[in-house]
Each structure stands twice: as structure tokens, then as C-alpha cells.
Ligand binder design. Structure first.
Ligand code: PMP
Length: 418
């Protein structure tokens, strides 16, 4: 048991009676949870294989034709013919990979072009591309907030934000989710003159709710804090030009850093930070998760660049995705499911399950009915919730949303949730 208390000195831990010294003992509760779940004979929700992907909204999963409602392919760009053509061209012209860091041999023409596209997309002065969004948070947060600085962040922040805090040396001050007053209280207590970074997300991916950015950014500025907003789940969709919740809330010019990813609306992989800070370019030399890793393959940056440029003109797709989000939210609510938000706030609709057991049973009933959603459980979820997270795509048709609701109704009644 001592092993689960990492604060204790190592010699105290290893001298405990009955200790085996097996470093894997700490995973026993997770192993027991998993075995307990599988012993009931349910299909493993964390071991799904897509044998064939037919479109952004359809795949063959575990041998069945399945509607996808648990991807982050919000804008359906993965099969866009221009995106695929750009990737093929770059693969042919530049090869399969760069085999090097951005600061050595890993910056190709395509890396510059995708950073240009990001600068244009957001209207910001600087853009820096990382190998993943996870690394973008890890790198930017740990590098800008160091010893003696303070990071004030929402308690429900994504793991990559928490890990960025841990990698740096700043004081970490969490506040209750989306609570403006709690945030202000924390900021008020920070010693005068100390460096302060407020970290927020546009859309919180577990419940699909958005941050009150207008108020929060104003409070942060009042206390002289810099503001970083992770727009992973809103880029391409929320805001008139798809620039995120910062755009919708009218605060895009007041934030210091926007973090984003290519792994959601952009439809490939990679991460980025955009900023107007005049000294931002120095990050390329001092940010370890940028320097000490290989850059993205040429085909990936080419697909990302093409996709980002097409997303600038994605107004119609954005409007259709909102229609889908509203229709699914209303349909599920009318069926009697408990949802993560009163109104649809993003492309994520979270269905709250009574517990993990019923959540897994419901997940299985849905997959057998031909529908894939994400099963989310603690520690990823807030307040120990088990969730069936539905994430919509602009390529889901109105008919498909109807099909999805029919599958939910049948499964919910069979499992006894509604
Ligand atoms: N930030 C948030 C809020 C996320 O949800 C995620 C991924 N789910 C990331 C960052 C990391 O993105 P990536 O997949 O590019 O590593």
C-alpha cells in the first residue's frame, strides 16, 4: 500500500513488511477493475479495432458495420480529396519522415507552410508546430511558467495541461471548474510582482461544456496574468471563422497563447501554439518538447496545411454540425437520458451513466447495435462519473442522427437506463 504514496522516502517504502518490490503492484486496482469488467463477458470497450474505415462517419469495427460517434473528426476532413492529394504529393516529393528535430534537419518547406496557414487562420503573429497537441501543452506551459511563477488552472484541465505544470517548476493553483469567483480568489492571493499564467480550455472534452471566457479573461487581465487557452475541441467549429471559443466570446485579441491540435477538426496529428508575444520565437530554442523530438512527417504537415486552409471556408459545415449537435442533444434528452449540459454547447454530447458497470453494458449494447461512442471513466472524467461521450461530425447526415437516436433508444431500454 505504501507504494501508492509516492511522497514517502524510497527506503521506507521498500522496507515495509509484505512488500514484494514489484513496481507493477501499484497498478493492481486498475487490473482488478479491468478483469472485473471483462469477467462479465462484455466486449472490451478499450480494445476496439477498426478493420476498415469507410468514411469519417462509418467503419467496420470488430466485424460490424458501425456509425462512428466517438471520434474527434468534427469537420470530417480525414477523407477530403484535397487533403489526401496533398499528403500523397508530399509523401512522394519529400519521403516518409524527416528523421530529425525542428531545430536541426527537421524543418521542411511544409512545416513553414503549415505555420503560415495557422498564422492566417488565427490572425496571429507567431505559430509554432509540435509533434502532438499533448507536447504543445507540455512544452509551452512548462517553459513559460518556471520557478517562482504561478499557474492558475481549472481543476478539470486535460492531462497534458497537468503534465505541463508538473514538468515545469511553477506553483500550481487549481480552482473549481468554470468558477469565475474561485479563479479570482486564487489570483488575488498571489504575491504582487510574481509571474502568473491562467490556463483555460475553450471546450472541456468530458462534458462538452464551454468556459465563460469573456469573464475569465477579463479577470485574468485585471490581475496582470497571461492567459493560455487550449482550443483543441473547438478549432474549426466554434466561432464564425472556427477560431474557437475565444472568437465566439470576443476575446481572441486578449489571450496570450492559443494551444491547438491537428488530431481533431484538422483530421491528422500534430499540435501548435499561436501567440502575438513579440519574443515568442525564442520558444523554438528553449522549449524542450519542441527541440528534443523528431518533427512531423512531410505528408502530415501537408495534409494539416490543406485542411486548415479549407477550414477557413467551412461556414456551411459548421452550421450543419451545430444542427447535428442540437438534434442529438434534444433527441437524447427527450428519450430520458441524463446529459452533461442543459443545452448543446459544442460537438460533444456526454450521456451520464449511473456507474461503470451499466456504462459498459450500455456501451456494449450500442456497439452491437452498430454505434461507436467513447466510454469515459475516472480518472479522465470529473466527479468520478462514467460517461458515454458522443462526438458529432459535420459529415453525419440528418438521417444518421435519426439512426443514432434509434440505436440509443433500443440499447437504453434493453439495459434499463431509460
Ligand atoms: N488538449 C485537449 C483539451 C485534448 O483533449 C487533447 C487530446 N484529447 C489534447 C490537448 C492533446 O491533443 P493531441 O491528440 O494532439 O495530443
Amino acid at each position: 500500500e505504501g507504494i501508492s504514496q509516492p511522497d514517502r522516502p524510497a527506503d521506507e517504502i521498500s522496507s515495509g513488511e509484505g512488500q514484494t518490490g514489484d513496481l507493477f503492484s501499484k497498478f493492481d486496482p486498475v487490473i482488478a477493475m479491468r478483469e472485473g469488467l471483462l469477467a462479465k463477458g462484455v466486449e472490451d470497450p478499450f480494445n476496439l479495432v477498426m478493420e476498415k474505415v469507410l468514411s469519417p462517419t462509418r467503419a467496420v469495427c470488430n466485424g460490424r458495420d458501425t456509425i462512428l460517434l466517438g471520434t474527434y473528426n468534427y469537420m470530417g476532413m480525414t477523407f477530403d480529396p484535397d487533403v489526401i492529394a496533398a499528403g500523397e504529393q508530399a509523401l512522394n516529393d519529400f519521403g516518409s519522415g524527416t528523421t530529425g528535430s525542428r531545430v536541426l534537419n527537421g524543418t521542411y518547406q511544409g512545416h513553414r507552410e503549415v505555420e503560415d496557414a495557422l498564422r492566417e487562420f488565427y490572425g496571429f503573429d507567431h505559430a509554432m508546430v509540435f509533434s502532438t497537441g499533448y507536447q504543445a501543452n507540455l512544452g509551452i506551459i512548462s517553459t513559460i511558467a518556471g520557478k517562482g511563477d504561478y499557474i492558475v488552472l481549472d481543476i478539470d484541465s486535460h492531462a497534458s495541461i497537468w503534465d505541463g505544470c508538473k514538468l515545469g517548476d511553477a506553483e500550481i493553483v487549481p480552482f473549481k471548474h468554470n468558477d469565475i469567483e474561485a479563479m479570482e480568489k486564487r489570483l488575488k492571493r498571489i504575491p504582487e510582482g510574481a509571474g502568473k499564467l491562467v490556463v483555460l480550455e475553450g471546450v472541456y472534452s468530458m462534458l462538452g461544456d464551454i468556459a465563460p471566457l469573456e469573464e475569465m479573461v477579463a479577470v485574468a487581465k485585471k490581475y496582470g496574468a497571461m492567459v493560455l487557452v487550449d482550443e483543441a475541441h473547438s478549432m474549426g467549429f466554434i466561432g464564425d471563422n472556427g477560431r474557437g471559443v475565444v472568437e465566439q466570446a470576443g476575446v481572441i485579441d486578449d489571450v496570450d497563447f492559443i494551444i491547438g491540435t491537428f488530431s481533431k477538426s484538422v483530421g491528422t496529428v500534430g499540435g501548435f501554439c499561436v501567440s502575438n508575444h513579440p519574443k515568442f520565437e525564442i520558444m523554438r530554442l528553449v522549449c524542450r518538447p519542441y527541440v528534443f523530438t523528431a518533427s512531423l512527417p512531410p505528408s502530415v504537415v501537408a495534409t494539416a496545411c490543406t485542411s486548415i486552409r479549407k477550414l477557413m471556408d467551412g461556414g456551411e459545415k459548421r452550421a450543419h454540425l451545430w444542427e447535428n449537435s442540437k438534434a442529438l442533444h434534444k433527441g437524447l434528452k427527450d428519450l430520458g437520458f441524463q446529459l452533461g449540459t442543459e443545452e448543446p454547447e459544442s460537438a460533444i454530447i456526454a450521456v451520464i451513466m449511473p456507474d461503470l458497470e451499466q456504462g459498459a453494458a450500455m456501451w456494449e449494447a450500442l456497439i452491437k447495435g452498430g454505434l461507436y461512442v467513447n466510454l469515459a471513466r475516472p480518472p479522465a472524467t470529473p466527479a468520478n462519473m462514467t460517461l458515454l461521450r458522443c462526438s458529432l461530425c459535420a459529415e453525419h447526415s440528418e438521417e444518421e442522427v435519426g439512426e443514432i437516436l434509434a440505436i440509443f433508444e433500443k440499447a437504453g431500454k434493453a439495459v434499463g437506463i431509460i
